[in-house]
Design a protein around this ligand. Structure first.
Ligand code: ZN
Ligand code: CA
Length: 373
């Protein structure tokens, strides 16, 4: 059974170690010690010089005795967003919060605490299991940098589970979107705004009209689009002749992404042509998404384990990306699982203790399901 007191104490310990992205050395050292003390073979990979992060990634191996069990991995990241230094956790009923001056860092230390508790339980309860790898990464929050650098060929896992998603314990992220970026330079014609405005065409007006005509925001259940940056103009007395705008779209289905880029480009071209001007547009795609099938072993295992801890599996898509994308694209299908953390990336971040307990149970249950599968 989960030792709630021990689990909470360890979670509190972890969140009080400063570990904003690029400052991971101290937390990596602590986790290495903890995993070693639990009897795992732990190595820090040699990616630190290449990534410029505060540490490499930690790869810990728990040897199993069940030879027929699929080797699996669990992954979490140990870096946090800012402001993440000097976290002072406060327990408020079932919730662990902060003093509201920093984030909490339950993203993703709740996952790590659950893994550590899970390993202890496997040992205490003498659970028969197969080989399990724990891949704890640095630099996730600044672009999945640690996970990207991990040598996937050195991993034995057939499939994996990332503990790093919002939503309650029971949620399984089975799809994550591909990305597209659009960058446009809208060219107007400069003129003195007071002396000869009729000789100018404002690139700002063209851009405004184009953006007004673009479908943006959440466009359907899997398609989103956003103009995130707009730059232009020099002075109030000059009709602006250049505006640069940069945006993105995300979709699980790639053709929707191509269509959205076409719609956004056409809105820009139409608005420019109407004013006798031009726009140059640069569109690029990143195929970073993945879709896991319900019949995939990784999803089957997650579903069964979630049912066995008394929760209802909820298969859903996300608009974001995580280390799960990186492992899946590298050939180790990895489902990102709901951790139960709330309001992450804000000073309101909190972690329900009940979810932390459930997540630890889930770790043990996944290992058990794989062992008897
Ligand atoms: Zn995270
Ligand atoms: Ca995050």
């Amino acid at each position: 059974m989960v030792n709630q007191e021990r689990l909470v104490a360890e979670f509190l310990e972890l969140v009080q170690v400063d570990s904003e992205s690029k400052n991971e050395a101290e937390i990596a050292k602590l986790l290495k010690e903890k995993l070693t003390a639990l009897g795992l073979e732990v190595t820090e990979d040699e990616t630190k010089a290449q990534t410029g992060l505060g540490s490499g990634n930690l790869i810990a191996r728990l040897k199993g005795s069940v030879q027929t069990a699929d080797p699996i991995l669990f992954s979490c990241h140990f870096d946090t967003v800012t402001p993440g230094n000097g976290v002072k956790p406060v327990i408020n009923g079932d919730l662990i919060e902060t003093d509201k001056t920093t984030i909490l860092g339950a993203d993703d230390k709740a996952g790590i605490a659950a893994l550590l508790e899970g390993i202890r339980l496997l040992k205490e309860e003498n659970v028969a299991h197969g080989d399990v790898e724990f891949v704890l990464t640095a630099g996730e929050e600044i672009g999945l940098i640690g996970a990207t650098a991990v040598d996937k060929k050195a991993l034995n896992a057939k499939y994996g589970f990332a503990l790093d998603s919002g939503g309650s314990v029971g949620e399984i992220i089975v799809a994550s979107p591909d990305h597209a970026k659009i960058k446009a330079n809208v060219h107007g014609i400069a003129a003195h705004a007071g002396v000869a405005p009729e000789e100018g065409v404002s690139a700002i007006e063209i851009a405004a009209k184009a953006i007004t005509n673009m479908p943006l925001g959440r466009l359907d259940e899997e398609l989103t689009a956003n103009i995130g940056m707009i730059n232009g103009g020099l002075r109030t007395n000059i009709v602006c002749d250049l505006v640069t705008l940069t945006g993105e779209a995300r979709a699980i289905t790639f053709s929707k992404l191509e269509n959205q880029m076409k719609v956004m480009s056409e809105a820009l071209e139409k608005a420019a042509v109407e004013r006798g001007c031009t726009v140059d547009i640069d569109v690029s795609y990143e195929r970073v998404g993945y879709t896991l099938k319900e019949t995939d072993p990784v999803v089957q295992v997650a579903k069964t384990a979630i049912e066995q801890i008394g929760r209802t599996p909820d298969l859903c898509a996300t608009g974001g990306g995580s280390d799960a994308n990186i492992f899946t694209l590298a050939g180790i299908p990895t489902a990102n699982l709901g951790v139960g953390y709330l309001d992450i990336h804000s000073k309101e971040e909190k972690m329900p203790i009940s979810e932390l307990v459930k997540l630890s149970e889930l770790v043990v249950e996944i290992v058990k399901v794989v062992a008897v599968k």
